[in-house]
Ligand binder design. Structure first.
Ligand SMILES: [Zn+2]
Ligand SMILES: [Zn+2]
Length: 236
């Protein structure tokens, strides 16, 4: 009940805010949506090719190549866009400045990429935030994206993982520090319900891949057959 009430409150506030302060494109300032179609096409540059997340050699749909296989729990990685300043600013607004209304645009970018690479999934999971972090931020940007992508692909969004402890931000940490920072910080919570499934694991951005790897490892312990990562960009 509390959730329904708070959602109704959020929708009402969004409606009132849209009425008082109409949405404007973050690219050109035109009134309408957070990003107009012209800026979406011109400033969010979609990746034309996908590469193995380990050695970064071209590989179909971002599949992990045989040489890198032992270092990765994910089976492949879809990186949707080039990392440019416009996208970095947009992701920052989306994550930290209450711009959760951008989730529709972020999700559509993800759906386009999955369809273009002709991949099929049984469900979409996401990298969870620790409870207190989600409470203070008010939303999990990766979960909102996962919901939009699942809806766009016509599959279910699965709450497949829980974060078991608070972890420092990965920003500014060395590669080994990042691995240790997220080690054993997730646990699968579907109790076998994703057995033999091929799932898409969504996060906003990727740096070393330590977080996605840790999550994918837990999802495989839960019985997932294949886990593919999807991020908006790499190296932010
Ligand atoms: Zn625009
Ligand atoms: Zn490789």
């Amino acid at each position: 009940m509390k959730t329904v009430t708070s959602k109704l409150f959020t929708w009402s506030m969004d409606w009132i805010l849209d009425w008082i302060l109409p949405r404007c494109c973050l690219g050109c300032g035109d009134e309408g949506d957070f990003l107009c179609e012209v800026c979406l096409d011109a400033r969010i540059i979609r990746k034309k090719f996908q590469v193995c997340p380990g050695c970064r050699k071209l590989n179909v749909a971002g599949r992990v190549c045989d040489k890198c296989r032992d270092d990765w729990f994910i089976d492949g990685l879809l990186v949707c866009c080039l990392n440019n300043k416009f996208l970095r600013d947009l992701v920052h607004e989306y994550k930290y400045d209450d711009m959760y209304g951008l989730s529709g645009i972020m999700s559509s970018v993800g759906v386009d990429m999955v369809l273009r690479e002709k991949l099929r999934f049984d469900g979409v999971v996401y990298v969870p935030l620790y409870k207190s972090k989600k409470y203070w931020r008010g939303y999990n940007q990766s979960e909102l994206m996962a919901k939009g992508i699942a809806d766009g692909l016509g599959v279910v969004k699965i709450n497949g993982l829980e974060r078991t402890r608070y972890t420092k931000s990965q920003v500014g940490l060395e590669k080994l520090e990042r691995i240790l920072n997220v080690k054993n910080s997730f646990v699968g919570c579907k109790k076998g319900k994703i057995n033999n499934q091929k799932v898409l694991l969504v996060d906003d951005v990727l740096t070393t891949g330590a977080t996605l790897n840790e999550c994918a490892s837990e999802l495989k312990k839960e019985g997932a057959d294949e886990v593919w990562g999807l991020v908006l960009a790499r190296g932010i």
